[in-house]
Ligand binder design. Sequence first.
Ligand code: SAH
Length: 379
Amino acid sequence: MSDSLVNLLNFDAEAMAEFFTELGEKPFRATQMLKWIYQFGVSDFEQMTNFSKATREKLKTIAEVRVPEIIEQQESDDGTIKWLLQLEQGNAIETVFIPENDRGTLCVSSQIGCALECSFCSTAQQGFNRNLSTAEIIGQVWAANQAMKVMPRNQRVISNVVLMGMGEPLLNFNNVVAAMNIMMDDNAYGLSKRRVTISTSGVVPALERLKAVSDVALAVSLHATNDTLRNELVPINKKYPIRQLLNACKFYVQGEHKRKVTFEYVMLDGVNDKPQHARELARLLKDIPSKVNLIPFNPFPESRYNCSPDKVIETFRNILKQAGVISTTRKTRGDDIDAACGQLAGKVMDKTKRRFRRENTHVNIADIKNRQVNSGRSL
Ligand code: SAH
């Protein structure tokens, strides 16, 4: 392992083919490499037996498959699993697996912390360090996949990936797009485009660019029906207000058969959960192929909101239904291990000086070291 070695996890199929061409190898070597890494979970060139000894030796001198190391694994009573992955300089990120009857969803992070300041999100309070590389994003899928292979109930399989962990994926555009390409590549994880979802708080110019390079499913964190309230909850709204955001959403699904935008709407008691908000929401979404995902607010230390009562959420849903808007209520999963939406904290060496809660970070590294640790290397 060295900084001068290129990490092959950074390459999607196109970049991998370029890499092998530059090495003077045939392009099909790229396909073989993708299969070794992602389908067989092999990171050691020595085990890649369909490469000649000479090629393996050459690879060792210039490249590596460096996967993130798991430093903690927690399992919730409901089967949700959360991993803490060690990165350099004391940073750590979190990745969550959510098993359901008909699918297994992996929720991956795209940045160390988050630079946006959504007032109801715990990641926001951790501050921001940097974008994750493609290797660190796809490495989360790799690490989770390998970890679950050796777990007792090993029927757990990743069928869906959502970019809903820490960070704003559209502010890390190129690396996120390359990682999603690998997720969908038949020689890697082969997930269908409907099973890879990018979630954004509304970075409009990046959303407009996305359509040209990817056709993954889109989720948008709307959370409010007027700009005054959204400015407060999702401050990036001051830059890209609701109307602009909805136009970009409409553009993203335009001409795409059956594609719908999922609008995420966190239910905050007394803030955005009144019948009038539900009616406004239905009006806003009238001509966008969409569905709404109501998310019960997950509290975290010092959060200044409460979750709307069940009855209020039900009433909100009924109003949407009567207005012809399809909605679901997201089941809270993994909250006993702080793995639910908005509870991911990891360990962020904040570079923005915006962090006002440093002493209260969710995850304390000293704590972790005392607990049973699970090293990625031994998996
Ligand atoms: N930055 C992206 C990706 C994060 S996704 C985005 O904003 O979409 C995480 C989802 O969980 C978002 O919809 C986010 O708004 C929501 N969320 C954040 N904090 C939450 C909390 N405390 N309770 C419930 N949902 C929350």
